[in-house]
Write a protein that binds this ligand. Structure first.
Ligand code: 13P
Length: 262
């Protein structure tokens, strides 16, 4: 059955690349990927590179995402960047990534405010959720997902939920973690069903069916196909493997083949 939802392949470069390096990468990418919106290719670049890339990017081929921002629109917040300051560069913004939750102690309240700020500024938030290794070991995966989802979407109305993307990123599967283990497609399928049930509980079944759910965590060119074949998974959020343009392009090509075959 063809999914009514679009496919997204998002590169999360994290704290890598100068503006010059980012620009060389984009140049390479744009020579390889065709124009088109399925899959929608997105680069979550460091804030410092967004302006440079936005002048160079062909938005028929790919779009930009912010990795982080502060939720107030302006004011006395030394060192911060608001989404209203960068919204002309980006179409998407990551929110609630586990590196921000656990390294920078972002609270559930911060995350809910960021989701709301992105929507208010016409930017699609990609709300990242996922349990830790300990929560998983204690059988609390479903509770962690519900908790992060309900708190992250606290400010989002029924009208606005169609402007949100969810990324399921179990913390134990992210390559930067010590002892990271790639997730099995069966784990992801189960989590995806929990997320959709939770969304149905919050917003109703039809609305829940329309929300894209992506997977992220140690995805590479060899494993991408297995995750993309999972029913209900609408794309990938890729860290380490997205740093090599050729690898990222190969994953985009895989997504195009798999999702367009359906
Ligand atoms: P890796 O693909 O390096 O595991 O990172 C995943 C991630 O954190 C994407 O946001």
């Amino acid at each position: 059955m063809t999914s009514p939802r679009k496919t997204y392949i998002i590169a999360n470069w994290k704290m890598n690349f100068t503006p010059g390096e980012a620009s060389l990468y984009l140049n390479r990418l744009q020579k390889r990927i065709p124009a088109g919106r399925n899959p929608q290719v997105v680069l979550a670049a460091p804030t410092v590179a967004l302006q440079t890339l936005s002048l160079q990017i062909d938005r028929r081929q790919c779009k930009l995402a912010a990795q982080n921002f502060y939720w107030r629109d302006y004011g006395a917040f030394t060192g911060e960047t608001s989404i209203s300051q960068i919204r002309s560069f980006v179409d998407y913004a990551l929110v609630g990534h586990s590196e921000r939750r656990y390294i920078f102690n972002e609270s559930q309240e911060d995350i809910a405010q960021k989701v709301a700020a992105a929507i208010r500024n016409g930017v699609t938030p990609v709300l990242c959720i996922g349990e830790t290794a300990l929560e998983r070991k204690d059988g609390e995966t479903a509770a962690a997902i519900y908790n992060q989802l309900t708190s992250g979407l606290h400010e989002v109305s029924k009208e606005d939920i169609s402007k949100v993307i969810i990324a399921y990123e179990p913390v134990w599967a992210i390559s930067s973690n010590k002892n990271a283990k790639p997730a099995k497609p069966a784990d992801i399928e189960k989590a995806q069903m929990i997320i959709r049930q939770d969304l149905a509980h919050l917003y109703g079944k039809d609305i829940a069916e329309a929300v894209p759910i992506l997977y992220g965590g140690s995805v590479n060119a060899d494993t991408a196909a297995g995750y993309l074949e999972i029913e209900g998974i609408d794309g990938l959020l890729i860290g380490g493997a997205s740093l090599i343009a050729d690898t990222f392009c190969a994953i985009v090509e895989t997504a195009k083949r798999i999702k367009n075959e359906r």
